[in-house]
Design a protein around this ligand. Structure first.
Ligand code: SAH
Length: 218
């Protein structure tokens, strides 16, 4: 169920769907996704689908994790170089955090539901990932003390891109974020900063949980 063969099938499906950065594929092949799920769902860990993690939240679909990671890397990592500083908004159970942490020097991640953050910290500890700092807070505000960031990845969808996240992008930095409240009408955007200009590209239609603004839940 969590055998090498089912993992290879997941990688084959990422390749089929157009993921090309070999460093992303490699990290996703070697990172055990089943440890991020409750035991009852672990047998489905290598299906290319989002799955529940409690508190009405989901672990992101592997394809979407790969697509977002590839988009912010912009060709990096496949040449051995890493992203210096990455911010993640919406840690959830920490799966995407674990992928990013292996392709970046340092990752800062923010989650508004404390019990999920606790799970994520435990999971990252199990994988001996040590270059991540996390906090319980409203991630729509970013983490200004540690910015600017070379990449920002948001795992939940606001209606409008928060200005704080744009402000915390380094010059040349990339933000990948789903936008739109209605399920079925969200789009994944890639925003690149050049000086004080922001260039937006729409990558594809997606389905994310909402990004709550202005409140920390638990
Ligand atoms: N990155 C996760 C996906 C988690 S789902 C993965 O790899 O699977 C999105 C997460 O965003 C949820 O845990 C939700 O609680 C969190 N979230 C929503 N609004 C938030 C906010 N304003 N600040 C921080 N986290 C938020």
């Amino acid at each position: 169920m969590t055998s090498q063969r089912t993992r290879e099938r997941m990688i084959a499906s990422l390749l089929d769907r157009g993921i090309k950065n070999w460093a992303v594929l490699d990290v996703m092949r070697t990172t055990p996704r089943h440890i991020f799920l409750d035991e009852a769902l672990a047998h489905r860990a290598y299906e290319d689908t989002a799955l529940p993690i409690g508190y009405n939240q989901t672990i992101s679909q592997p394809y979407v994790v790969a697509r977002m990671t590839e988009a912010v890397l912009a060709g990096r990592a496949s040449d051995g170089s890493k992203l210096p500083r990455v911010l993640e908004v919406g840690t959830g159970c920490g799966y995407q955090t674990a992928i990013l942490a292996q392709l970046a020097d340092r990752v800062w991640t923010v989650e508004r539901i404390q019990p999920l953050l606790d799970k994520a910290r435990k999971n990252l500890g199990l994988l001996k990932i040590r270059n991540v700092r996390s906090k319980h807070d409203d991630g729509s505000l970013g983490w200004p003390e540690h910015g600017p960031f070379d990449a920002i990845v948001a795992a939940a969808a606001p209606q409008h891109v928060p200005a704080e996240l744009l402000e915390q992008l380094a010059d040349g930095g990339r933000l990948v974020i789903p936008v739109g409240r209605e399920k079925g009408s969200q789009e994944l955007r890639l925003i690149q900063r050049q000086g004080d200009e922001f260039h937006t590209q729409v990558l594809e239609a997606v389905n994310f949980v909402p990004l709550y603004i202005g409140q920390v839940q638990y």
